[in-house]
Design a protein around this ligand. Structure first.
Ligand code: C5P
Length: 348
């Protein structure tokens, strides 16, 4: 069943992507540096809803989620090395594993295994991180997707976009989303079955991402959900109905449509997340606030001027510290679309 749907989704996508990718006009040499052949933006994502459908026999969970790229993200710079040279990863953030276990290097290796070492030489990659880790923002997955796209471009596109999408699921569940054509997608299966949709209308005036310093590991959140015997899963909300609601440009989806089945297990692991959410909704009056992915990030959306957008980030961080004894980062964010045939570009 899952396989059949994967095939269907890929067939739809392959048709949409039949035209060979244009060389992006937004590809550029890294600013102020001649040594990089290409620098690309690697966006984060939020999940506007995330339903867990069931546990599968392979240990993963079947889900149905609306993914949206946002303009918070990292920069990845690439230098093409000589054929046979070893890949090298450099990173601006301390503590990031830089060995072959890193998803960026695994993405480069995957492309080389699939296309051949004659087409994919060694690469030096610089990762300049802004997206926090253990955040539910897909930071590592986005880096892997960006590496697949960038290395493929620099090698003259030995793989089609549909092949990148097909292969990416083997690296991780969220990577495929970022390779979709619009920056908005309904994802099912483990998360890797992609149904691209038209770029979502942003009916919001303001979007903020709130990230407590403490993180949560995705496997721990799923384990906690399993230990609860899935008692907290919503059974009354059909993901297709939610999808229609979020796609309606004439109004903002109501608060009750913001459903994330991973909130209860994550909130059980980190109870302060529930307190932050309550503050955002009840005290600040946001239209909606919800955790993204498996946390610990939350996002909050305002449809009008109910929030003083300029003052909010600093004021909310100070309030969380004072009243909840928790350190948080707060970023303003915007939905980020992807132009046809181009990679994501950082917003102005
Ligand atoms: O695929 P990814 O590396 O993102 O998954 C990390 C972990 O999260 C998996 O090993 C699994 O424990 C859990 N997971 C899951 N069901 C999913 C996605 C992730 O159980 N659909």
């Amino acid at each position: 069943m899952v396989l059949r749907r994967t095939t269907l989704a890929l067939a739809t996508l392959a048709a949409a992507l039949q035209t060979p990718p244009r060389r992006s006009t937004r590809l550029r040499a890294a600013a102020g540096s001649k040594e990089w052949d290409l620098t690309l933006f690697s966006p984060a994502k939020i999940n506007l809803f995330l339903r867990i459908i069931k546990k599968r026999d392979d240990g993963f969970h079947e889900l149905a989620s609306l993914f949206q790229a946002i303009d918070l993200g990292d920069d990845l710079s690439f230098e093409k090395l000589a054929s046979g040279e070893a890949d090298v990863l450099e990173c601006s953030t301390e503590g990031m594993p830089l060995d072959a276990s890193n998803l960026v290097l695994r993405a480069v290796s995957l492309l080389r295994d699939k296309c051949g070492a004659d087409k994919v030489p060694g690469f030096r990659v610089l990762l300049e991180k802004q997206t926090p880790m253990q955040a539910g923002l897909g930071g590592g997955s986005s880096n892997a997707a960006t590496a697949l796209y960038g290395v493929n471009e620099l090698c003259g596109n030995p793989a089609s976009q549909a092949q990148l999408i097909e292969w990416s699921g083997a690296l991780g569940s969220d990577i495929t989303f970022f390779l979709g054509p619009t920056g908005s997608a309904f994802c099912t299966g483990r998360g890797e079955v992609l149904e691209p949709i038209a770029a979502l209308p942003s009916t919001f005036k303001h979007v903020f991402v709130i990230k407590p310093y403490r993180g949560l590991s995705t496997p721990l959140v799923f384990k906690t959900l399993a230990a609860s015997e899935y008692a907290t899963l919503r059974t009354d909300v059909d993901p297709r109905v939610l999808l229609k609601s979020f796609g309606d440009a004439s109004r903002s989806a109501p608060l009750m449509d913001y459903v994330n089945d991973l909130e209860p297990p994550s909130f059980a692991c980190e109870p302060v997340l529930a307190e932050i959410k309550t503050k955002l909704l009840d005290k600040y009056g946001f239209h909606a606030a919800m955790m993204s992915g498996s946390g610990t990030s939350l996002f909050a959306v305002a449809t009008g001027d109910e929030v003083d957008a300029a003052a909010f980030p600093a004021a909310f961080a100070a309030e969380c510290k004072k009243e909840l004894a928790v350190d948080v980062d707060v970023w303003p964010a915007r939905f980020l679309g992807r132009e046809e045939g181009e990679w994501y570009a950082r917003g102005e």
